[in-house]
Design a protein around this ligand. Structure first.
Ligand SMILES: [Cu+2]
Length: 174
């Protein structure tokens, strides 16, 4: 769903940019004075730049508020299952691969060598959670599975010749 929206939005913007290029190509065949054009379009450019900055600020602040995503409420009731994940050329060392639906999990992800990407995919190959696996640093990613099934962990960052064999499965049961 989110991926379909992202695809449609990208497509709209690609068409917009293509439209601008076509417009410029057509306009470039006409001769006209430079000064009035400069005056008009510099104004448009300024407006465009300011709008973009404001839009990006709003979107950035709005989306950063929720970081880290899906973090469980620690304390009295919820104690997440802590799972250590180490990426290495070319595989995964995971301290636990069997989980329950509704169980809050905290993956602590690091790397033994180069930077890898830790991505969890459901059975439809939809990405449900991801973070970077970095050497000498631990990233946390929180997830509570809502559907039982066999999930796959794939490397999301090209890390060498065996990048494509970095596949691990985890089982989520009711
Ligand atoms: Cu990798």
């Amino acid at each position: 769903m989110v991926q379909t929206v992202a695809w449609i939005v990208s497509l709209i913007f690609m068409l917009l940019i293509a439209g601008v290029f076509i417009f410029v190509v057509i306009q470039s065949k006409e001769r006209s004075d430079y000064e009035p054009i400069k005056k008009k379009w510099y104004k448009v450019r300024k407006f465009y730049a300011i709008s973009l900055v404001i839009l990006m600020l709003v979107v950035t602040i709005y989306t950063l508020r929720e970081l880290p995503y899906d973090q469980p409420v620690y304390g009295e009731s919820v104690d997440p299952t802590i799972v250590d994940v180490e990426a290495l050329q070319f595989g995964w060392n995971i301290s636990d691969t069997k989980f329950k639906v509704g169980e809050p999990i905290e993956f602590r992800v690091t790397s033994a060598d180069v930077t890898h990407g830790f991505g969890i995919y459901d059975e439809d190959m939809t990405l449900v959670a991801q973070t970077q696996a970095m050497p000498e640093y631990t990233n946390k990613v929180f997830i509570t599975f809502t559907k039982p099934g066999t999930y796959e962990i794939l490397c999301l960052e090209y890390c060498g010749l065996g990048h494509h064999v970095m596949i691990e499965t985890i089982e989520v049961t009711e």
